[in-house]
Design a protein around this ligand. Structure first.
Ligand code: PXL
Length: 265
């Protein structure tokens, strides 16, 4: 029988389905990878108050049980982390990755949410930077997260993205991809991949009139899916970028506040 690759997402549930775990599992499916999930938080939105969102954490002992089920009970070929919510949880995830020697660790350092440029949980962000980034095979910060992780005032130009990637690599991450989605100064979105030796730029045209909520989750999940099948970082990153772009092109409206990406081809 054909060997089926297995990927795990450790992420939050965005109830309306654009981002987080829903996006990750859809992505695994499209890549022909078996998806498993450990739920960290539930993000619920208020339809009567401008779609403002609240984050409800899952108790730590329940998260530990989920991790044991999957990591000890089944085994994974790649793991992707998304919204982690508390410093204690980041510590638990780091311990789990080490304890079970999980391969192909893709860290989407979700420090901000729904377009708000403010670190959600500063204590969690600090542990992500100090303990999770150093054991990551791939880390995929957006420009805001890159500036935080690299200790820079801002990451807007290509030079700044390369400098940030270099600094985050120095923290221990084997490969760093600084995403340009929020740097809107040019007609192209350029992601910068640094593997410690050289830079690769992945450029796509700017898209207007589309929805991109969940693009970051999807991108990192697609990389994890590729790695779980034994693809190289370079190949899985290029394929992830093209997958996300197509999903954004097919995006559709959900309500006055949000829209979703289309994962199915
Ligand atoms: O896109 C970041 C993100 C990640 N995970 C969850 C989210 C969001 C943004 O809303 O809700 C669960």
């Amino acid at each position: 029988m054909k060997n089926i690759s297995k990927a795990l997402t450790i992420a939050g549930l965005d109830v309306s389905g654009e981002a987080g775990m829903n996006a990750d599992l859809r992505t695994f499916e499209e890549f022909g990878v078996y998806g498993m999930s450990v739920l960290t938080v539930v993000v619920a939105c208020d339809p009567d108050n401008d779609w403002s969102h609240d984050i409800y954490p899952i108790p730590l002992d329940l998260i530990e049980k989920q991790l044991t089920t999957v990591c000890k009970g089944v085994g994974v070929d790649a793991v992707k982390t998304g919204m982690l919510g508390s410093a204690e949880l980041v510590e638990l995830v780091v311990e789990t990755i080490k304890k079970y020697r999980l391969p192909n660790v893709v860290v989407d350092p979700v420090l901000v949410c729904k377009g708000i440029d403010e670190i959600m949980v500063p204590t969690a962000a600090k542990v992500i930077k100090e303990k999770l980034i150093p054991i990551a095979d791939v880390v995929t910060p957006n420009s805001f997260e890159a500036a935080y992780l690299a200790d820079m005032d801002r990451v807007e130009t290509l030079d700044e993205a390369e400098e940030a990637a270099r600094r985050i690599h120095e923290l221990g991450a084997k490969n760093v991809i600084v995403k340009s989605g929020t740097r809107a100064a040019t007609d192209n979105y350029v992601d910068v991949l640094f593997d410690g030796r050289s830079f690769i730029h992945h450029s796509t045209e700017r898209l207007d009139g589309v929805y991109n909520m969940g693009a970051g989750c999807t991108f990192s999940a697609a990389i994890a899916a590729g790695l779980s099948k034994g693809e190289t970082i370079k190949a899985s990153t290029a394929r992830a970028k093209s997958y996300v772009t197509t999903a954004i092109e097919g995006s559709f409206r959900l309500n006055d506040h949000v829209g979703a990406m289309r994962h199915w081809r």
